[in-house]
Write a protein that binds this ligand. Structure first.
Ligand code: 4AD
Length: 457
């Protein structure tokens, strides 16, 4: 169907005077004695196009005026009667699809809770359409950022036999019937599709390291799966994960890259989605644009885990989970650090080895590892990364301390056997980044069909 996007009409001055066909969904209809106005949205931009109908010249099918109906309008683009914009003087209006009155997206019923029950229709609201345009722009910017800097884009497998984070949060991949009788776990999986226990990957990092130790700088950008039973506003069972991995890099390089990348992405969203951000600033998070520009201007703070714990211990009375050296940071601690203490993004580094993954580089103190989590106001942890343990003996010792089966990681260990190099990387939770840029407070509202425990609509 030959037609012009509303975005093109509204953003190009040379469209005035042109005859075009526009397709879209009716957002509002206003009627008067001689003229009627249809406001159309086709999803291409935040702004809608006003269609002006001269009722004397055009007989109007009432179905084309209903909220949610889809129409094709042929007409002439003109300067708007009021203001700077443009509008369309209709010559023909064709109905593409009727929309009966039980259309669920009605003006009065658009709470986020309600819209979560109709994920297939909620993108037709201003808020959700804006979220997904921002999400798309951010995804393109991720590829641009890495491509411009010479990183290669790698697709890590989604089905894997190794649990990267070692936290036992893998979904199992199986074709075996539920009532299969087997005496041992091993016997059970031997008869399964892969012949061993397989699952959906929690991270592409291990394969990313394979690629980085050959290509130098790589990134993956794809889904990761976590069977964690945390029904929070920032966890999904399926989320998109951006994971750069860099050879010849130490922890300080990882921090530098993470900060530069995050600022690049924020700048791209500010530049390419001004209308969406103005909307979010007005209706979702007051001061959002100022928050994002403040982040661009500030240097991210850096503090060690040990420093963070001594800051938090002073405030233990306010926390549901008081902290001590060795405890994992909960969301309340992360938020306190970034919102109350540093008031900007902060990297917390050098965590106790017991609460981090086996692959992280062991520091000389024998107690901590060269890890870094980036915490941001409003969200908490948005990035998790580290320098990797490049020493074969130390890596094997860490695996054996955790009771890990070495034979499942033979290839990973080979990277340390053959020309091992210092290297590191990090993972950005893409949905958490979209939340940060839009002010949306629930991760389910920045995901097309969110998957979480007991929820697969
Ligand atoms: O801190 P995580 O677990 O780190 C890793 O997976 C490393 N392998 C990354 C690496 O070094 N290449 O996860 C990284 C980020 C978190 O900071 C968070 O933003 C996001 O992934 N994340 C989730 N996002 C949504 N739902 C979940 N269940 C998430 N789990 C982690």
């Amino acid at each position: 169907m030959k037609h012009v996007d509303i975005k093109n009409i509204l953003s190009n001055a040379d469209m005035v005077g042109r005859e075009v066909v526009v397709c879209g969904w009716v957002r509002t209809f206003r009627d008067s004695a001689q003229v009627a106005f249809l406001e159309l949205s086709d999803g291409s931009s935040f702004r809608k196009l006003q269609v002006v109908i001269d009722k004397g010249a055009l007989s109007l099918d009432p179905e084309t005026t209903k909220l949610g109906a889809s129409v094709a309008v042929k007409g002439a683009v003109v300067k708007a009667y009021k203001g700077e914009g443009k509008e369309l003087n209709a010559k023909e209006i064709a109905l593409l699809g009727k929309c009966p009155p039980d259309y669920p997206i009605q003006k009065k019923r658009t709470t986020l809770d309600f819209l979560r029950t109709i994920p297939h229709l909620r993108l037709r609201t201003n808020t959700f359409a804006a979220v997904f345009r921002v999400r798309s722009v951010a995804a393109q910017a991720i590829h641009r950022y890495f491509h411009e800097r010479g990183y290669y884009y790698i697709n890590a497998p989604l089905i894997t036999a190794s649990d990267c984070e070692g936290a036992g949060e893998m979904f199992r991949v199986t074709t075996r019937p539920w009532n299969c009788a087997a005496k041992t776990e091993e016997e059970y999986y031997r008869g399964d599709f892969f012949g061993v226990k397989a699952g959906l990957s929690v991270s592409g990092q291990l394969e990313g390291e394979v690629a980085a130790t050959a290509l130098g700088k790589i990134y993956t950008f794809g889904p990761s799966f976590r069977a964690e039973n945390s029904n929070t506003t920032r966890h999904l069972a399926e989320f998109w994960h951006v994971e750069p991995e860099i050879a010849f890099a130490e922890l300080c390089d990882v921090l530098e890259i993470a900060e530069e990348m995050l600022k690049y992405l924020i700048q791209a969203v500010l530049d390419e989605c001004p209308e969406e951000l103005a909307f979010f600033d007005s209706f979702v998070e007051k001061g959002l644009i100022e928050k994002l520009t403040h982040v661009l201007r500030s240097d991210f703070a850096v503090c060690t885990y040990t420093e963070a714990i001594s800051l938090l211990e002073k405030e233990n009375a306010r926390f549901a989970f008081p902290v001590h050296w060795g405890s994992d940071l909960q969301s309340e601690h992360e938020k306190y650090l970034t919102e109350q203490v540093f008031k900007r993004p902060v990297f917390v580094t050098n965590y106790p080895k017991e609460i981090k993954s086996f692959y992280m580089k062991q520091n000389a103190d024998g107690k901590t590892v060269a890890a870094a989590d980036l915490l941001v106001p409003g969200i908490g942890e948005i990035i998790g990364g580290s320098e990797r343990e490049a020493d074969l003996g130390k890596l094997m010792a860490a695996m054996s301390e955790r009771g890990m089966d070495e034979s499942a990681y033979r290839q990973y260990l080979d990277l340390r056997r053959f020309g091992s190099v210092p290297h590191g990387g990090f993972g950005l939770g893409f949905e958490r980044f979209v939340m940060y840029c839009t002010g949306m407070e629930n991760i389910r509202d920045v995901t097309l069909f969110p998957r979480s425990s007991k929820n697969i609509m």
